[in-house]
Ligand binder design. Structure first.
Ligand SMILES: Cc1cc2nc3c(=O)[nH]c(=O)nc-3n(C[C@H](O)[C@H](O)[C@H](O)COP(=O)(O)OP(=O)(O)OC[C@H]3O[C@@H](n4cnc5c(N)ncnc54)[C@H](O)[C@@H]3O)c2cc1C
Length: 375
């Protein structure tokens, strides 16, 4: 039997790559995570809303629906067990105008199909009683939604992986891989020094680098590498006390959940992200975008004072669809797609990837190793 340096090599030390490594290490596999940056979680996983999504919106039977609900349940348990900060603050999806009310009913229906617990439909007055100052004509209350310390979460994942004997190697870009004659992969890294390792299984979870990494795997059919679209979103911070405790969301917009309100783990109010397709990764927040934020926020919070919004940060979604195209599901591409046994290639892990990460890790481990059978 061929022997390998590692059972599984995971490319990418963001929330998803770390969760895949954790799931595989828990099954007794010797894992190594290759991360090109000098710290974990510097990619998409550090530029998002840190919202734990309940799983309201996603189409029935999609990976996003199933893994968001399962991942959210697993995430709360993981955060609790590892004493990582979170607040299960709940969320209101609000209709600012009567014509949005039917959309709330459709969201509530989909959420129930997805198995989301505890939803309540509220009148505008009931919502305002929960969050004084909020103006809406109706709302859905999702008590399972929350916010959390995503970096603390990734540090805890890294601790678990290393505790199980795995390695998380930083400053080590994946350069390429080729399938070996008797199975497994020879993986080449660059960095200082570059090296070669052998692995039985290969998982690629490099976020925005998914297409580039797949193209570096010898024999990966280019026609199965999906196009990359960059969906930039910017955030503005409120310079004053946070007005609401719960997350406040509008009904979703095409391709995103809509500019929303959250009180972050530091107690500050943050608005965003919007959605703007860009050609290159850039994280500049144009102060001029504030105008559209004032308009969006005042639909539901008319008391937002002039001059209260300050540019904050930006994130870029690893999208597989362009403007106006339907939003596809997460992709976990296996041998039936690319013809390379032992390789799971992830594409398009945008929202709710952070929430879903633990379930996504288990899903990838099941794909590669078969489900763990209960004793
Ligand atoms: C604006 C925005 C808001 C969001 N809000 C939420 C939210 O509130 N809740 C939620 O659940 N989800 C949210 N998401 C989605 C979530 O952030 C992502 O799905 C998740 O973080 C993706 O994690 P990842 O590990 O796949 O990617 P990343 O975190 O980007 O990790 C990939 C890693 O791979 C590394 N890498 C890339 N190429 C190579 C290479 N060649 N060699 C080695 N390493 C490499 C990168 O450096 C990076 O560290 C949001 C996303 C965005 C953009």
């Amino acid at each position: 039997m061929t022997s390998f340096d590692f059972d599984a090599c995971i490319v990418g030390g963001g929330a998803v790559g770390l969760a895949c490594a954790y799931a595989l290490a828990k099954r007794g596999l010797a894992v190594v995570v290759l991360e090109k940056e000098t710290a974990i979680g510097q990619g998409v996983s550090s530029r998002n809303s840190e919202v734990i999504h309940a799983g309201l919106y996603y189409p029935t039977d999609s990976l996003r629906a199933r893994l968001c609900v399962a991942g959210r349940r697993a995430l709360y348990a993981f955060l609790e067990a590892h004493q990582v900060a979170y607040r299960k603050c709940g969320k209101l999806v609000v209709a600012a105008e009567p014509d949005e009310v039917p959309r709330l009913a459709a969201i509530a229906h989909q959420a129930r199909l997805n198995g989301v617990e505890g939803l309540e439909t509220l009148t505008g007055a009931q919502a305002a009683a929960l969050e004084p100052g909020l103006r809406c004509v109706g709302a859905i209350l999702s008590p399972e939604s929350g916010v959390f310390d995503s970096h603390g979460y990734m540090l805890a994942l890294r601790g678990e992986i290393e505790g199980l004997g795995g390695d998380v190697v930083l400053g080590t870009p994946f350069e390429g891989a080729s399938a070996m004659a008797d199975g497994g992969f020879l993986v080449e890294t660059s960095g200082d020094p570059g090296t070669e390792i052998t692995t039985r299984l290969l998982v690629t979870a490099p976020g925005l680098g998914a297409q580039d990494v797949a193209a570096r795997i010898e024999g990966y059919p280019p026609e199965f590498i999906p196009p990359r679209h960059l969906g930039k979103g910017v955030y503005f911070r409120l310079t004053g006390p946070a007005p609401f405790e719960r997350l406040i969301y509008p009904p979703p917009i095409p391709g995103a959940l809509g500019t929303h309100y959250r009180k972050d783990m530091g107690g500050q109010a943050v608005l965003g992200p919007d959605l703007d397709y860009v050609e290159t990764e850039d994280y500049v927040v144009d102060p001029a975008r504030a105008e559209s934020f004032y308009a969006a926020v005042r639909r539901v919070w008319p008391d937002l004072p002039d001059g209260a919004l300050a540019p904050d940060y930006a994130g870029v979604r690893p999208k597989l669809h362009g403007p106006g195209e339907p939003q596809p599901d997460f992709r976990i591409d296996g041998a039936e797609m690319h013809g390379l046994p032992g390789l799971a290639a992830l594409f398009g892990v945008e929202s709710p990837g952070l929430t879903a990460s633990l379930a996504l890790g288990e899903e990838v481990a099941d794909w590669l190793e078969g489900p763990v059978l209960e004793a």
